[in-house]
Every structure is written in structure tokens, then in C-alpha cells.
Design a protein around this ligand. Structure first.
Ligand SMILES: Nc1ncnc2c1ncn2[C@@H]1O[C@H](COP(=O)(O)OP(=O)(O)OP(=O)(O)O)[C@@H](O)[C@H]1O
Ligand SMILES: [Mg+2]
Length: 241
């Protein structure tokens, strides 16, 4: 579904990524793990168009998307969340979900003549179903700035799901979320895999490992070979920290 080939990225002469290759298969959960500063966020910033790659190529469903801007990549159905959630703070939880709805592929002409009221009702319905799914329904009218760190993460998850993403890319979605809630969210991701695909960066390996279909381990800007010494070292470090 998504193929990143030989991605190399320099920041002022510092090589943050060195010929990184990753492949994401549809309806699977792919995890990128690795120590701080190993290049995980940089890689997904390149895939989602927030950074330009210096070398290499990214393909989505067979089409090259290398260095396309974020709004174009979003229209392919690739939606990402951030390590630090970025809601519109003065809007309510519900409003934050409603504005996440975009219609990838639907141009201006598609909008004309659309029965907006009907669609608005559908969208609100969908938002409330999602809030129930995420166990946040009672917070629907709370302004985003009042949410806890964990609740903000959940709101980010909700926004990606509202946009009907084909591929949801998440940077540490479980950070600040209590273990019980994190497990229940991950159980829900398993249900959602029927309809979408996940590419996730997560440090809390003990929580997520049993949900992972494919694992990449990054070390100093490179992907460690599966089963290699450094691969095992990183997994051990993540398991026992
Ligand atoms: N915009 C930038 N400008 C300069 N250097 C950067 C920039 N973004 C990342 N880097 C550097 O690139 C390297 C990889 O950073 P990155 O944020 O991708 O790591 P990470 O694996 O996501 O780490 P963490 O687990 O702490 O989130 C780091 O050395 C970082 O300092
Ligand atoms: Mg990061």
C-alpha cells in the first residue's frame, strides 16, 4: 500500500535518515519503534509531506507521492496525527471532529448541489458514534484546551477516523493515555483494521506489541535488520524501560 524506498534526510549536514526502506501493507498495523532521536518522526514527516526528502521515493497505492505537499497527500487518504496534539483549542471536541471532515477527491463541483443539511446530520451522527467508540461522548461540548493530555490524544485519533483515512499515521498515540484505556483503544484499532491501515510510532512497546503485524526498528537513522543484534537490543530496551 505504502512503500518508502531509500529515504535519506539531512538537517544542516547531519544525516537524520540514511536510506530507510519501509513497507506498509493494507489492513495491518505497522509499528516503528526505536530510541529517541532515531529518526522515526522525521520518516513520517517525509511520508506525510511535512518534510522534503533529500533522496529516495515514496509510493502510495502504486502512485509516486514523494515530496508532495501535506494537503495533497491528505487527499490520497493519508492522515497523520502529531506527537504533540494540535487541536483547535477554542473549539469544542465535537467541532474539532466536524472540521476534520474533508472529502478526499471531491472537488468544488461535487459540492455544488449537495444536500448539505442531510450530510451535516450524517456527519454529526458519525462524530457522536466515534465519540462513544472512544469513550468521550460526555465531553462533546468541552473546549479542547480543557482536555487532559490523554484526552487530546484520543481527539487526534477521532479526527483521523472522521476523515475516513485509508492510512492513519500516528506519532505516539498512547503517550499520556492510561494503560487500561490504551488497551481498549488498541482493541478498537483491531476492529478498525477492516476498513483502514495503521502506521504507528510508539515507545510503549509493552502495550502495543501484541497488536503489531509488522515491526520496524530504527537506530540512528537506519532500519535495523530483523533479528540482528541491534534489533534485539532495542526491543529489550523498550520492553524493560
Ligand atoms: N527540524 C529539524 N531540524 C534539525 N534537526 C532535526 C529536525 N527534526 C529532527 N531533527 C533531528 O533528527 C534526528 C531524528 O529526530 P526525530 O524527531 O525524527 O527522532 P524520533 O525517533 O522521532 O525521536 P523521539 O523518540 O524522541 O520522538 C534527531 O537528531 C533530531 O534532533
Ligand atoms: Mg518522534
Amino acid at each position: 500500500m505504502l512503500v518508502a524506498e531509500n529515504i535519506t534526510k539531512f538537517f544542516n549536514g547531519f544525516k537524520a535518515l540514511d536510506r530507510v526502506c519501509t513497507e506498509v501493507e493494507p489492513n495491518k498495523l505497522t509499528l516503528i519503534a526505536g530510541p529517541n532521536g532515531s529518526g522515526k518522526t522525521t520518516l513520517i514527516n517525509i511520508i506525510s509531506g511535512f518534510y522534503r526528502t533529500d533522496e529516495g521515493h515514496v509510493f502510495f497505492e502504486g502512485e509516486e507521492i514523494t515530496n508532495k505537499p501535506p494537503h495533497e497527500i491528505y487527499r490520497y487518504g493519508i492522515v497523520r496525527t502529531f506527537q504533540i496534539p494540535q487541536p483547535l483549542k477554542k473549539l469544542s471536541v465535537l467541532e474539532n471532529l466536524l472540521i476534520a471532515v474533508d472529502n478526499p477527491g471531491e472537488g468544488i463541483r461535487g459540492c455544488i448541489g449537495r444536500a448539505w443539511e442531510k450530510r451535516e446530520g450524517e456527519i454529526i451522527d458519525k462524530a457522536f458514534k466515534l465519540l462513544e467508540f472512544l469513550e468521550m461522548a460526555d465531553l462533546w461540548d468541552t473546549e479542547a484546551w480543557k482536555l487532559s493530555g490523554g484526552q487530546l490524544k484520543l481527539l487526534e485519533v477521532g479526527r483521523a477516523l472522521m476523515a475516513d483515512a485509508k492510512l492513519i499515521i500516528m506519532d505516539e498515540p498512547m503517550m499520556g493515555v492510561n494503560p487500561t484505556l490504551a488497551s481498549s483503544i488498541l482493541d478498537k484499532f483491531m476492529e478498525l483494521k477492516k476498513h483502514t491501515t495503521f502506521l504507528i510510532i510508539e515507545h510503549r512497546f509493552e502495550l502495543i506489541s501484541k497488536y503489531v503485524d509488522k515491526l520496524y526498528v530504527m537506530v540512528k537513522g537506519r532500519t535495523a535488520e530483523e533479528g540482528s543484534e541491534e534489533f534485539r537490543e532495542v526491543i529489550n530496551m523498550l520492553c524493560f524501560k
